[in-house]
Write a protein that binds this ligand. Structure first.
Ligand SMILES: [Zn+2]
Ligand SMILES: [Zn+2]
Length: 447
C-alpha cells in the first residue's frame, strides 16, 4: 500500500530511547493502524454482510473457511487449513520475539433470524438426523471473521513496528464448545508454534459500537454439555404395568436436578444446571424404550463441576433404581462439549488498557461487564501449552446510548443468541476491533 511509505516512522528503532519518544511512537503506530483499518472498512463490511446472509453451523464452515484461507494466503501468511475440520491457523514470522496467537470463531447458530436487516439470513440446512433448521449469525461471529481479515492485513503492513511470530486462528464450532479442542486434537501444534499468549475478542451489544473493554478476573464460566440417556422398558401406552416409563424417569430427574445447585453447591460458588432439551418419546400412545435429557453445566471452579456431575449421576441412578430399571439398563452419561473458565490476568489487563486508550481514546474504553455464566472455549486452544496466558477482549456492537438507557431503565438490546440480535453500525464495530486488537498484538509482540 503506497500510503504506508508516507506514514512509516523514519526513526522506528531510535524512538524507544525515552518515554516521551516511546509515546510518540505509540501514537504514530496507532495512526498507521487506524489508517489501514479505515481503508478496509468498505471491503470488510461487504465480507460481513456476505457472511451474515450465508451463515454456517459448527464444523460446517466450509465456505467461510475457504474465503478466510484465500484471503490470508494472498496476504502472504503461511496458511494451514482443515485443522479440526474447518479450522485455519495462519503464521506470520517476523523476527525474534514472543509468539502471540489471535483467535476468531466462525460458526453460526441453529435459529431463525428475526431482524429487518436487508442482509438477514434466510439460510436453512438439513441436520444429520434429517431435521431442518434455520441458521443465523446471532452471536456475531461474522464480525469476528471480518476483523480477523482486517487484523491480518494491518499486522502484515506494519511489520517494521513489531517483532515475533503472529498466529491467526479461525476456529470452528465455538457454539458447540468443541472447536478449540478439535483443533488441538487434530495436531494444531504440529503445524504452528505454541504461543506465549492468546487473545480472543467477542462482540457484545451491551457496549456501544466503537468501544472495547478488557476487565481483569473472572470473565466467563466453565461449561459442559452432557446427555443423560434414560433406559426404560417400552410398552403400549394403555399398558404401563408392562413397562418402565422413561418419560416419568425424565420428569423425576429434571425435578431432582433443580435441587443440585440450590442444595448441594456452596452458595458462594456460581453454578448453573440447565436441562436444555428433553428428547423422550414420539407418540401419544407409546411408552418408549428410552430417551435422553440434554444438560448444560456452568461453573467457575473445578470442584463445583465435579460435585454437579456426581450429583447428576447419583440422582438419576437413584431414580432409575427406585423405578426398578434393571442393573444392565442403568442411565448412561455422555460428555459432549467442554469449555474452561475464562480469566483475565491482572498484569495483562494493566498492560492492555493503556494500549487501548492510546489506540482509541479514553472515552472508547468501557469498564467491562461483570463475570457472567456465558462460556467461551478459546482457552482450550492453549490448555496444554505451558505458561500460555489468555486475554479476552469485549468489543462493542450496540447502540450509542446503550449504557445510558440501561442505567435509566435496566433495558438492554437483544443480546447474543437472541433471534433479534444485531450489530449496530457493523463497519464501526469491525474497524474498532481491528484497531484495538492490532494495538494489543503489537503491545505483546514487541516485548
Ligand atoms: Zn454464542
Ligand atoms: Zn459467540
Amino acid at each position: 500500500m503506497s500510503l504506508l511509505s508516507t506514514l512509516r516512522a523514519p526513526l522506528a528503532g531510535a524512538l524507544l530511547v525515552s518515554a516521551t519518544l516511546a509515546q510518540a511512537a505509540a501514537t504514530d503506530i496507532n495512526e498507521r493502524i487506524a489508517t489501514l483499518a479505515e481503508a478496509q472498512r468498505p471491503a470488510l463490511l461487504k465480507v460481513f454482510k456476505q457472511l451474515h446472509a450465508h451463515p454456517e453451523l459448527g464444523f460446517q464452515e466450509t465456505e467461510t473457511s475457504k474465503m478466510i484461507a484465500k484471503h490470508l494466503k494472498k496476504l502472504g501468511y503461511q496458511v494451514h487449513t482443515g485443522i479440526g475440520g474447518t479450522g485455519i491457523a495462519a503464521v506470520l514470522k517476523n523476527g525474534d520475539g514472543p509468539t502471540v496467537m489471535f483467535r476468531s470463531d466462525m460458526d453460526a447458530l441453529p435459529l431463525k433470524e428475526d431482524t429487518d436487516l436487508d442482509y438477514a439470513s434466510h439460510t436453512q440446512v438439513t441436520l444429520p438426523d434429517g431435521s431442518k433448521t434455520y441458521v443465523a449469525h446471532a452471536c456475531g461471529h461474522d464480525s469476528h471473521v471480518s476483523w480477523l481479515l482486517g487484523i491480518a492485513d494491518v499486522m502484515k503492513q506494519t511489520r517494521d513496528a513489531w517483532s515475533g511470530t503472529l498466529v491467526l486462528v479461525a476456529q470452528p464450532a465455538e457454539e458447540l464448545i468443541e472447536g478449540a479442542q478439535a483443533m488441538v486434537d487434530d495436531g494444531l501444534y504440529d503445524q504452528v508454534p505454541e504461543p506465549d499468549m492468546l487473545i480472543a475478542a467477542h462482540v457484545f451489544p451491551v457496549w456501544p459500537s466503537g468501544t472495547v473493554a478488557v476487565r481483569a478476573g473472572r470473565r466467563m464460566a466453565g461449561s459442559d454439555a452432557m446427555d443423560v440417556t434414560l433406559h426404560g422398558i417400552g410398552s403400549h401406552g394403555s399398558a404401563p404395568q408392562n413397562g418402565i416409563d422413561p418419560v416419568v424417569l425424565g420428569a423425576r430427574s429434571i425435578m431432582a436436578y433443580q435441587t443440585i445447585v440450590s442444595r448441594n453447591i456452596d452458595p458462594q460458588q456460581p453454578a448453573v444446571l440447565t436441562v436444555g432439551a428433553v428428547a423422550i418419546g414420539e407418540a401419544n400412545n407409546v411408552i418408549p424404550d428410552n430417551g435422553a435429557l440434554r444438560l448444560n453445566l456452568r461453573w467457575y471452579q473445578e470442584p463445583v463441576r465435579e460435585q454437579m456431575l456426581k450429583a447428576i449421576k447419583r440422582e438419576t441412578n437413584g431414580i432409575a433404581q427406585a423405578a426398578g430399571v434393571p442393573e444392565d439398563r442403568m442411565p448412561e452419561y455422555t460428555m459432549k462439549g467442554h469449555a474452561e473458565p475464562v480469566y483475565n490476568d491482572e498484569a495483562l489487563v494493566e498492560q492492555a488498557q493503556p494500549a487501548l486508550i492510546a489506540a482509541l481514546g479514553k472515552d472508547k474504553l468501557m469498564p467491562g461487564f461483570p463475570p457472567v455464566m456465558g462460556s467461551e472455549d478459546f482457552p482450550l486452544l492453549v490448555s496444554g501449552v505451558e505458561n500460555a496466558k489468555t486475554l479476552f477482549v469485549e468489543v462493542g456492537g450496540g447502540p450509542a446510548d446503550v449504557v445510558k438507557k440501561y442505567m435509566a431503565t435496566g433495558e438492554l438490546p437483544p443480546i447474543n443468541h437472541n433471534p433479534k440480535f444485531e450489530i449496530v453500525d457493523p463497519g464501526l464495530a469491525i474497524t474498532t476491533a481491528i484497531k484495538a486488537n492490532s494495538a494489543l498484538l503489537m503491545t505483546f509482540l514487541k516485548q
